[in-house]
Design a protein around this ligand. Structure first.
Ligand code: TXA
Ligand code: MG
Length: 341
């Protein structure tokens, strides 16, 4: 059932229901992070392997980092993680921190860390605040929310995309909130904060440049971290159509010509790229963005449209890497979508 009432959603969550919840990054499938039955249902509805950890969403930095030990999700928060939280929350940043006993194996995937995020979307914030209000005794509450897609599909950036994937797997008591199209459009940046330096496990809305500015530390990348990020499998963000990343507009034209010669009809080929990249005649333009932020916002919708329209091949030109979150996330997601399956 669809609701626009954050308090109704908060009550439903506290009673064990799931809620399709808008965030500024992508839509999440939310369940009370203290409720093992709700957590089990999240995996079931998504069709997701149960060893995959989920992000716990909380109302604010105090809820994440200053709760009394028995109500806290984390422990031993390093100074640079606190600086990141204070500078970037609420927002598209997830911090991986040492877990406390409150974070169950269902949440952590059996690892000794837990991922925390304070979302910025006003409706997500309203739901989290209402949970603390309705049940003050167990505040601060946490909501576990993976992206609200079926396992292996691209994340949903509208409620319609989410319900198209999982709507028929929800129970009558579950709810969905329509918060409009997501403003960031790609999932949060995940930063491992368990070492002496921040390490980006998944690029997202907050870029490496910003993380280095805020922490004064050099950012490491995911390679050889030893941390499992199961949701970041090489070919995780894949639509049905094949994806090829082209270096620039000329390379894209060459790929299109080769595909047509190889027998792919031009009208089954889609094009994604900055708006100064031309569309080869007859191809389907899925995305033409003036800048990286707009590109990121429209990317997952474009990939879904490719499948809806039965395209066989999508050619993409990525915007230039500039150390900002949007361009890093676009390059990451398109590289994964293009990876061998
Ligand atoms: O923007 C987002 O992060 C969205 C919205 C709904 O908040 N959520 C999201 O969740 O993308 P999900 O579950 O689709 O992706 C979370 C990623 C997964 O790749 C998971 O493996 C990783 O975070 N993750 C969760 N907890 C972790 C942990 N303790 N250590 C390492 N990776 C973790
Ligand atoms: Mg996901």
């Amino acid at each position: 059932m669809i609701t626009d009432d954050p308090r109704a959603a908060a009550t439903a969550l506290l009673e064990g229901a799931l809620v399709v919840l808008p965030t500024e990054t992508v839509y999440g499938l939310a369940g009370n992070a203290d409720d093992p039955v709700a957590l089990g249902r999240i995996y079931e509805v998504k069709g997701r392997p149960s060893a995959h950890p989920v992000i716990v969403h909380v109302a604010d930095t105090a809820a994440a980092m200053d709760a009394p030990p028995e109500r806290s999700w984390v422990r031993d928060v390093p100074g640079y993680a606190r600086r990141l939280a204070e500078s970037c929350w609420p927002g598209p940043l997830t911090l991986v921190l040492p877990r406390s006993p409150r974070a169950s194996d269902r949440v952590t995937g059996g690892q000794d860390t837990v991922a925390l995020r304070v979302p910025e979307h006003p409706l997500a914030r309203a739901v989290l605040a209402a949970m603390d209000d309705v049940d003050a005794e167990r505040a601060p509450h946490g909501v576990a929310a993976p992206s609200a897609n079926l396992f292996g599909r691209v994340s949903p950036t509208t409620m319609r995309h989410a319900l198209g994937d999982i709507g028929d797997r929800l129970a009558p008591s579950d709810l969905a909130i329509d918060g409009g199209p997501c403003s960031v459009g790609v999932e949060s940046t995940i930063v491992d904060c368990t070492g002496p330096q921040p390490r980006v496990l998944r690029p997202g809305g907050i870029g490496a440049v910003r993380i280095e500015e805020v922490t004064g530390l050099r950012v490491l990348d995911a390679a050889d971290s030893g941390i499992r990020v199961p949701g970041a499998l090489p070919s995780h963000y894949a639509p049905d159509a094949s994806i090829v990343v082209a270096a620039d507009g000329d390379a894209l034209v060459a790929y299109v010509d080769a595909a047509v010669v190889g027998g792919t009809p031009i009208e089954r080929i889609g094009v994604i790229g900055p708006d100064d990249v031309a569309t080869p005649e007859g191809a389907v333009r899925l995305l033409a963005a003036p800048d990286a932020v707009e590109f990121a916002r429209s990317l997952f919708g474009a990939l879904r449209r490719a499948d809806d329209e039965g395209l066989l091949l999508v050619l993409a030109v990525v915007p230039p890497e500039d150390g900002q979150g949007a361009s890093e996330a676009i390059a990451d997601r398109l590289r994964r979508a293009a990876a061998p399956r």
